[in-house]
Design a protein around this ligand. Structure first.
Ligand SMILES: NC(=O)c1ccc[n+]([C@@H]2O[C@H](COP(=O)([O-])OP(=O)(O)OC[C@H]3O[C@@H](n4cnc5c(N)ncnc54)[C@H](OP(=O)(O)O)[C@@H]3O)[C@@H](O)[C@H]2O)c1
Length: 337
């Protein structure tokens, strides 16, 4: 059994992670942290019969485990991640702190200096469908953002094949309220979110934009063409991104479908729907899947629908997928296909 620890277990992604770890056959959970819940049991902070006692992060000793998952907010994660890394422990960080390779871009978008910038070049972007081999050998994995996971998996086959034409790539994304974390805010207040549907940080203003631009450009694509418009939708969980992408006007739906089939043929967690079907939240929530559907609206006008569960393929499920790769286990162990 591989001993692991979880920082930030009292949040939504931390709790989801603990639920997976409990049924994972190769892991044992050595510690879980919460600052507000230190000294309490997990069953005191979530309605589950789980008597694990929570520690404050200062009392959790990374030296007692082989790997840690950090489910802390950005900014708070970097120091904890750096200490665990310095203790020789393999780290999967779910925050944005190690996703951007350039510390200046991090500061521009997150409004603070990076306290562990020396680790940015070492961190591997944890999207297994793109970086599986690098993840296997990584000491530090930066788990991707939830929106970027849905958008990048939708675009990857086109980027690889160099098939994106001129003009904007529009990613119109809808997220459930758990995407904002457990800490309440006016935006996530029941009365504000329920029966409502709100755009926010639209255009090129959301913090996930530079992460997507970085990865699109690494694959030789036009990052500057991306327009990303997120929306809050009144469901607990799930992200549906609808992407409008310019492709060569000679492209047929069958040729694009075949390209996606070939790219993702061996991927356990990418589900390409048959021509004529459309991906919905229900194709993905409560699983680690990304469901994709393809539609040609007219010559050169491709529409991709991409659905994930923000807490699973967008966070805790993908983190375990990365862990499995890092420790040479079956990539799907503990996860719902
Ligand atoms: N929610 C999503 O869909 C999603 C998807 C992908 C990635 N992420 C990322 O994953 C991370 C966790 O997200 P979440 O939604 O689980 O957040 P959350 O529900 O707000 O939980 C945050 C956790 O971090 C702890 N925490 C907060 N501030 C801390 C600090 N200064 N020092 C130590 N612990 C602290 C909290 O503990 P106490 O409050 O109990 O002290 C809690 O356990 C974030 O970086 C987020 O951006 C979230």
């Amino acid at each position: 059994m591989i001993k692991v620890g979880v920082y930030g277990a009292s949040g939504y992604t931390g709790f989801e992670l603990i639920r997976i770890l409990r049924r994972h056959p190769s892991l044992s959970l050595a510690f879980a942290t919460s600052e507000s819940g230190a000294g309490m049991r997990l069953s005191d902070v979530f309605p589950v019969p789980y008597d694990l006692y929570l520690l404050s992060k200062e009392d959790a000793d990374p030296g007692t485990v082989e790997a840690v998952f950090s489910c802390l907010p950005h900014g708070a994660a970097m120091e904890t991640v750096a200490s665990a890394h310095a203790a020789g422990v393999r780290v999967i960080d779910l925050s944005a702190d190690f996703r951007l390779r350039d510390a200046a871009i991090y500061k521009q978008w997150y409004g603070q200096d990076h306290m562990a910038a020396h680790l940015l070049s070492e961190a591997v972007y944890g999207l297994p469908e793109l970086y599986r081999e690098q993840i296997r050998g990584a000491a530090l994995v930066a788990n991707p953002g939830c929106y970027p996971t849905s958008v990048l998996l939708a675009l990857y086959p086109l980027l690889q094949a160099g098939l994106i034409g001129d003009g904007p790539i529009i990613a119109d994304s809808k997220s459930g309220v758990s995407g904002a974390g457990r800490k309440p805010s006016l935006k996530t207040h029941f009365v504000e979110a329920n029966e409502n549907f709100s755009p926010y940080s639209i255009g090129r203003a959301h913090r996930h934009l530079p992460e997507m631009v970085q990865e699109i450009e690494s694959l030789g694509g036009p990052g500057a063409s991306l327009i990303f418009s997120p929306h809050l939708t009144p469901v607990d969980r799930g992200i549906l991104s609808t992407l409008y992408v310019p492709v060569p006007s000679s492209t047929t739906l069958t040729s694009i479908h075949n390209l996606y089939l070939e790219t993702y043929a061996l991927e356990p967690f990418v589900w390409l729907l048959p021509e004529g079907q459309l991906a919905t939240l229900a194709h993905a929530v409560h699983t680690n899947r990304c469901a994709l559907s393809l539609t040609l609206a007219g010559p050169g006008q491709l529409i991709i629908c991409s659905a994930i569960d923000n807490l699973l393929k967008g966070a805790a499920g993908q983190a375990v997928q990365n862990f499995n790769l890092m420790f040479g286990l079956d990539e799907a162990q503990g996860l719902d296909l």
